[in-house]
Design a protein around this ligand. Structure first.
Ligand code: SIN
Length: 329
């Protein structure tokens, strides 16, 4: 399938949030010793011409190293996406983002917005000051996807590959082609500005999750605390018990959810599992997600703890957080 640009589309909005793509190093040869989130999004578009018939609009939503991403920025980003997507002449939104938590932001936006227009996150593994930065080509490719008439949902574009927000994971610490989509495989590729699609775009759902978009600052600050603990050789239940003690002592922000980064098909060290069952009995929502980078947890009849299917632990955490917000009101 080769998807064509729509003749009626007019604006693609590029929202900046920081990351290596906006990073600055002291020398062009340094691809790791840089500071992320330094160059403004308007400057990132400096050498990039808008494809014919399109106008590019930029907006700086945040300027951070994505390891420091938080709920407040996510909500702000979701709101700005919703605002721009509601404009009739906006074809789609591109978000420049750090690679480190990009898959979490993408999953969050898909879960909250499920937009019927494209929201395309892109990034870079080399800073803007690099002798050979990868950011400009990634941005060009992301704009091509955002301007594609049939595109919808939240995707990630990196190194010419289009990934669904549901499946994408960062899999490499250094290579420019740093993302993969596991068993699902990529949605498609961008080749010289043309989108070659292999499978369906992420689903869209009218209205998305308006509750998140409407939350006030106080509600955002009180978003449910969901922790992730890893099952591994020699694991114990000690941290779960500490978190339960803190909860019982009436702390201001108690653990409300717990994701277990489980081994293989969702198995958990017996000591950690016993503690997780104690947590579940005490009212904590517990979810098992596999540590494996591919595959899904296949349920077994004797399972006592719910599983997150194909979601990675970090995505399972977001899903559980949104579930708890949904139940709160
Ligand atoms: C970040 O995630 O903001 C820094 C790392 C990167 O973008 O590759």
């Amino acid at each position: 399938m080769v998807d064509s640009l729509s003749s009626s589309l007019r604006r693609v909005v590029v929202l900046g949030t920081g990351g290596t793509i906006a990073g600055r190093a002291a020398s062009g040869g340094d691809n790791i010793g840089y500071t992320a989130g330094q160059v403004g999004v308007a400057d990132l578009l400096g050498g990039i011409d808008a494809p014919e018939g399109l106008v590019l609009v930029t907006e700086q939503v945040a300027q951070l190293d994505s390891k420091d991403m938080d709920f407040g920025v996510w909500v702000q980003l979701a709101r700005r996406c919703a605002f721009w997507l509601a404009e009739a002449d906006v074809a789609g939104v591109v978000i420049t983002h750090g690679t480190d938590t990009l898959e979490e932001t993408a999953f969050f936006l898909q879960a909250v917005l499920a937009p019927d227009k494209p929201v395309v996150l892109t990034c870079a593994m080399r800073p803007a000051t690099s002798l050979s930065p990868d950011g400009p080509q990634n941005v060009r490719d992301a704009i091509a996807v955002a301007a594609t008439s049939s595109a919808q949902g939240v995707t990630v574009v990196c190194a010419g590959v289009i990934h669904s927000a549901m499946d994408v994971q960062k899999v490499h610490t250094y290579r420019q082609d740093a993302f993969a989509s596991g068993d699902a495989g990529p949605v498609g590729y961008v080749e010289e500005g043309a989108v070659r699609r292999l499978r369906d775009w992420p689903r869209s759902q009218a209205g998305g999750n308006s509750r998140i978009l409407e939350a006030d600052e106080k509600a955002i600050a009180l978003w449910p605390r969901v922790e992730i603990l890893t099952s591994h050789a020699g694991a114990s239940g000690a941290l779960v018990d500490l978190l339960l003690q803190e909860r019982a002592a009436g702390c201001a922000d108690p653990m409300r959810g717990l994701v277990l980064a489980a081994t293989g098909n969702g198995t958990v060290h017996h000591a950690l599992e016993a503690a997780a069952l104690r947590a579940q009995d005490a009212g904590v929502a517990v979810l098992r997600a596999t540590r494996c980078t591919s595959g899904r947890i296949l349920p077994r009849p004797d399972d006592k703890l719910r599983n997150a299917g194909a979601l990675t632990p970090v995505k399972a955490r977001i899903a559980l957080m949104l579930e708890l917000i949904g139940k709160a009101g």
